[in-house]
Design a protein around this ligand. Structure first.
Ligand code: GLA
Length: 388
């Protein structure tokens, strides 16, 4: 195993803190969604990829039933006993670990005490699934610790449940499935109803995916997410379908007078986004980047106007990217993740990465007075055990 510098550093810090070498090292990536936003909890389609950025868990078994966690990212520690009932608490990130421990225990898998150091280069709270990366890394760690390997689907669902129960966010399955199953140099087309996966190869070196972090996160994010979820359920109910996945533009038009204008627009976003996502997967397979880019702009417009989950900063990034255009090397750009801040994703010509990044950085800072953070990533691989 080749140990890269950051792993070596965490291993060293673990030994200093806990007085012995770690027995287990695991990693799980964050993700960026290329298209298919707010469709996963409507039984629809998503097209994400794992980032090359990931969360590392370095740890070992502890003698008693005590769990000690320390995050090198936030500088905070958490401690709890497995003899007590597991309850949500502070710091917030520890709840993701607690939720996954609770999931293992629910399966009847006894979890011993453990000590863990956590480090991550996935930006926190930026819509790149830092929380799913921590949940999935914890599940992979516990698989090694307990000797019980889970089926990948069961593992992703256990992590999703941890987020529902211990973080109170009624998220879909996209983030956890990607962090568990992603493959290097592939996008993941996930059917969120059947949970079937199709891997779309994206190995063309002339193409790059650029992530632009607006460095803002508006407070309403979580509450509004739950609200959108409920609005979609209402729309499905009124359209008399199991989920919005089953609705068509025609069905929506037929029922237009029964729906409030707002519910109508929410449904229109989900229905159109599902079609765009399936089409984008085909266009990716055919290397038709400009057509994929067009769908990305349409997705952004729909999220901004119909679903109302964008914000001024995200719209600014997308406008700048649009102005650079295909001539400048940008095929398409859109907000990614839950919205209300966080990141945008752009599909670009690799050879233009430096000039595009410079221009977005300058124009965004000029328009908002905020410094964005940009990085490019190839599709990375899913969670892995690095030492056990
Ligand atoms: C968050 C959720 C996902 C998904 C996206 C929106 O990232 O965790 O399940 O719903 O928002 O597409």
């Amino acid at each position: 195993m080749s140990i890269n510098p950051s792993i070596a550093r965490v291993v060293r810090l673990f030994a200093t803190r806990f007085g012995k070498s770690p027995g287990i090292i695991v990693a799980a990536p964050g993700r960026v969604n290329l298209i298919g936003e707010h469709t996963d909890y409507n039984d629809g389609f998503v097209l994400p990829m794992a980032l090359e950025r990931r969360t590392l868990l370095v740890g070992s078994k502890a003698e008693d039933k005590q769990v000690v966690l320390h995050s090198l990212t936030t500088g905070e520690s958490a401690e709890f006993s497995l003899r007590d009932e597991l309850r949500r608490g502070e710091p917030g990130w520890a709840n993701y670990v607690l939720g996954v421990v609770a999931g293992f225990r629910r399966l009847g898998i006894p979890v011993p005490g453990f000590n863990v150091l956590i480090d991550s280069d996935v930006p926190l709270g930026g819509g790149l699934s830092s929380s799913a990366a921590l949940e999935v890394a914890t599940a992979t760690f516990l698989e090694s610790l307990t000797g019980h390997k889970l089926d990948p689907v069961q593992k992703a669902l256990l992590c999703q449940k941890a987020e529902h129960e211990f973080a109170g966010v009624p998220c879909g399955i996209m983030d956890q499935f990607t962090s568990v199953m992603a493959r290097k140099d592939h996008l993941l087309l996930l059917d969120c109803r059947s949970q079937e996966t199709r891997f779309i190869p994206v190995s063309d070196p002339s193409l790059a995916v650029l992530i632009i972090n607006t460095n803002v996160r508006h407070k309403l994010a979580d509450g509004e997410y739950a609200k959108r979820h409920a609005e979609c359920e209402e729309a499905a109910h009124q359209l008399k379908v199991k989920a919005l996945r089953d609705a068509t533009p025609k069905l929506l038009q037929t029922h237009a007078d029964k729906l409030s204008p707002q519910i109508f627009r929410r449904a229109r976003h989900v229905i159109s986004e599902n079609s765009r996502t399936v089409l984008a997967a085909e266009l990716f397979s055919a290397s038709q980047w400009e057509n994929v880019g067009e769908l990305m702009y349409q997705s952004h417009d729909s999220l901004r106007d119909d679903y109302e989950v964008s914000c001024r900063e995200l719209d600014t990034v997308v406008d700048i990217a649009h102005n650079i255009g295909v001539e400048g090397g940008v095929f398409g750009c859109r907000m990614t993740g839950g919205g209300f801040g966080g990141c945008a994703v752009a599909l670009i010509r690799e050879s233009n990465t430096a000039s595009i990044s410079r221009r977005i950085l300058d124009d965004y800072e000029c328009a908002t007075k905020i410094l964005p953070m940009l990085f490019a990533s190839r599709p990375g691989e899913g969670t892995a055990v690095l030492l056990s």
